[in-house]
Design a binder for this molecule. Structure first.
Ligand code: SF4
Length: 247
């Protein structure tokens, strides 16, 4: 054996895995720029938080949606600590885990009104279910409130996404959503939130998508961003994090 390699730990694949991920991230960023998305790569969640905060100028109204990735980077506590933005976050909780706007089931009209505020927000912050190697952004939700503002409405859209969301193409994005992200999200809502109907969805029991027709299915609306119109060329900002984030 080459003496220089004698002490190499061949069970540790972090270097080759991270190298491949970085090459893929660079390709995705370049492809997104060709599509008029203002995309950047950051190494970790701490750098992502700083990049996100830099995209929300003082005084800007910031609307954020349900996103584990945004929770993982610590967006809301950082915005609250900075204190220079109006924050709109329908799912925000108090220190005891209760929604500050009250029980979701009992206050649906209020929640719907708050959710519609996103369309006039200065900055909309969200995650994504998948990004393709050729630079598209794909997201699915049940009510359309997360997907719709991606397309039009808020002045600026900031999409924060982990490197685990990179897939080959649109078909693989749909596979990722149905095979993994949606069932995990259903299970998350069922286990962690007070919405028992999630338990009725087939994937909550099997962990597998059966392309159900349940009225509460969370896969009703899919938004695919294939590019930015020149009139809105600076609207969509993407922060791709070199870590596994969200689901
Ligand atoms: S079973 Fe229904 S809710 Fe679950 S992932 Fe499939 S379509 Fe979506």
């Amino acid at each position: 054996m080459n003496a220089a390699l004698a002490h190499v730990d061949e069970t540790n694949l972090s270097h080759p895995i991270n190298w491949v991920r970085k090459q893929r991230a660079n390709a995705v960023i370049a492809a997104m720029k060709r599509r008029n998305f203002d995309a950047q790569y950051v190494e970790n969640r701490e750098a992502a938080l700083q990049a996100v905060l830099a995209l929300a100028p003082d005084g800007a109204g910031v609307f954020r949606t349900d996103s584990v990735t945004l929770d993982q980077i610590g967006l809301i506590p950082a915005l609250r600590a900075r204190g220079t933005n109006k924050i709109m976050y329908p799912q925000e909780k108090d220190g005891h885990g209760n929604n500050i706007h009250g029980d979701y089931e009992k206050n649906r009209v209020l929640y719907a009104r708050i959710q519609r505020e996103v369309f006039s927000a200065d900055v909309y912050m969200t995650g994504a279910n998948a990004v393709t190697m050729d630079g598209m952004i794909v997201s699915t939700d049940g009510g359309g409130n997360r997907v719709a503002p991606l397309l039009f409405g808020p002045t600026k859209v900031v999409i924060v996404v982990g490197i685990n969301k990179i897939v080959k193409d649109k078909a693989a994005a749909f596979d990722r959503i149905r095979d993994f992200a949606a069932p995990v999200n259903v299970k998350r809502h069922f286990d962690m939130h007070n919405r028992p109907w999630y338990g009725e969805l087939p994937c909550a029991t099997t962990g597998v998508c059966s392309d159900c027709d349940h009225p509460r299915r969370i896969c009703n609306y899919t938004g695919i961003l294939e590019g930015s119109h020149p009139d809105f060329a600076d609207r969509v900002k993407v922060i791709l994090i070199g870590e596994e984030m969200g689901m």
